[in-house]
Design a protein around this ligand. Structure first.
Ligand SMILES: O=C(O)[C@H](O)COP(=O)(O)O
Length: 421
């Protein structure tokens, strides 16, 4: 089976789309054909009332439901994804370059989102070289990844650091190690990192993170890179918002062992790369983020040697975060014409099933993730059509698959495929 997750594709009715969701408003002849050749249902990826971050959402959508204390945290997953040297007791955090005004109010959580690699790397290097934290034997790695995204690793040679600390990023909370989006407005301030446990380790780590935050802001303020950006009318890289602390390597069953099958993937983002590494999923090279035809061709070809491939397409989520409903609709149309068209041309639908869903909803009106259920389509010539004609939030509510938990999607899809072949 080819399992496609369209990041954040689920949405709510939007005024710019005459009260439709982007999936409803988009012209998607190929997705419609795929949906008409199968059944539909709804999925709550992590849990009711939880607006999950992508890491925990994708783990769930691949069948991994963690107990709070067992989850390693997104910081660790991203660090693994980009190959940072990480060992138990280190602290890894997900960061965002963001822009502050004179009063240190956050005016852009993503510093314009599209940051030149040269600037992102240059400032990171300055921080690593210049920062002097008061505690001895502490070292810091600052690794920019894609756009505004950064991974930070802090190590103290003589002491284990704690993951039981709050985020400095005001847009997400740390609930039992899991990142949850908050319903917040704009123009917030960086939060103080607080200990979540009454232990020396937790207090020490929170102080260390605050010191890193303050000292890195001072370094960034003085950076020639920001002076140059200002002269070019670009947003300053004023601070790194931190979230999703983790301090241990995840302990999980590899995906092939879990399902007794050959599961591989096509992924681009640091968090997705981390998940594939942790689950020991073979990752195929398939071009860049929007090389949709290439991804479809590689996925189709992979089915000659693998029995399952997971494909993650980042596209729709960013439009949701930016509140751009028309952009999200057009991106879905582009994915339809470039990814799904190439995919259906290259696979034999009498032998290969296509499963399409999302890790979570990113409603444009919220500009952030929500707990709204997402559609799931299971399609193939051998799957009985339940009357579905389109992959939309509305049709998903009435589909024969019903309401699934994220962690059930792979196993239920496999059951459905097996029961009808
Ligand atoms: O794109 C990402 O990395 C996340 O899904 C959203 O993170 P952000 O809200 O920090 O951009």
């Amino acid at each position: 089976m080819i399992y496609v997750l369209l990041d954040g594709v689920g949405d709510l009715p939007h005024p710019d789309l005459d009260g439709k969701t982007p999936l409803e408003a988009a012209n998607t002849p190929i997705l419609d054909k795929i949906a008409s050749n199968g059944s539909i249902g709804e999925v709550i990826s992590v849990g009711k009332g939880i607006a999950p971050e992508s890491d925990i959402a994708v783990f769930n959508m691949l069948g991994y439901k963690f107990k709070h204390e067992d989850y390693a945290g997104r910081g660790v997953i991203e660090a693994i994804g980009i190959g940072i040297d990480f060992k138990d007791g280190d602290l890894a955090l997900r960061g965002n370059y963001s822009t502050l005004n004179e009063e240190e109010v956050i005016i852009d959580r993503r510093a314009g989102r599209h940051i030149e690699k040269e600037d992102a790397d240059g400032i990171a290097k300055e921080i690593e070289e210049k920062i002097q934290l008061s505690s001895p034997d502490v070292s810091v790695v600052v690794s920019p990844t894609i756009g505004h995204r950064v991974t930070v690793r802090i190590r103290k040679n003589s002491q284990k650091l704690s993951s039981k600390i709050t985020n400095t990023d005001p847009a997400y909370s740390n609930i039992g190690g899991m990142g949850v989006a908050k319903a917040v407005g704009d123009f917030l301030k960086i939060e103080k990192c607080l200990p979540l446990e009454d232990t020396e380790e937790s207090k020490f780590t929170a102080n260390l993170v605050n010191e890193f935050s303050e000292k890195s802001i001072d370094i960034m303020k003085e950076s020639q890179i920001n002076k140059k950006r200002q002269s070019e009318n670009k947003k300053a890289l004023s601070c790194i918002l931190l979230r999703d602390a983790g301090n241990k390597y995840p302990d999980v069953i590899p995906i092939n062992e879990k399902y007794g099958m050959n599961f591989s993937c096509i992924v681009d983002m640091p968090v997705e790369l981390g998940i594939s590494e942790v689950l020991e999923m073979k990752a195929f090279e398939a071009g860049g983020l929007t090389d949709y035809e290439e991804k479809a061709r590689v996925a189709a070809k992979a089915m000659e040697t693998q029995n399952s491939i997971y494909v993650h397409l980042k596209g729709p989520d960013e439009f949701g975060h930016d509140g751009d409903a028309i952009g999200k609709m057009k991106n879905i149309e582009e994915i339809d014409q470039r990814f799904f068209k190439t995919l259906v041309e290259n696979i034999d639908s009498s032998k290969v099933a296509i499963i399409i869903s999302a890790d979570h909803s990113t409603p444009c009106i919220n500009k952030g993730h929500s707990d709204d259920p997402v559609p799931v389509v299971v399609s193939g010539d051998f799957i009985k059509n339940d009357g579905t004609t389109r992959m939309t939030e509305e049709q998903a509510k009435k589909g024969s698959i019903g309401l699934l938990q994220g962690a059930e999607v792979v196993s239920k899809s496999l059951e459905l495929i097996k029961s009808q072949t």
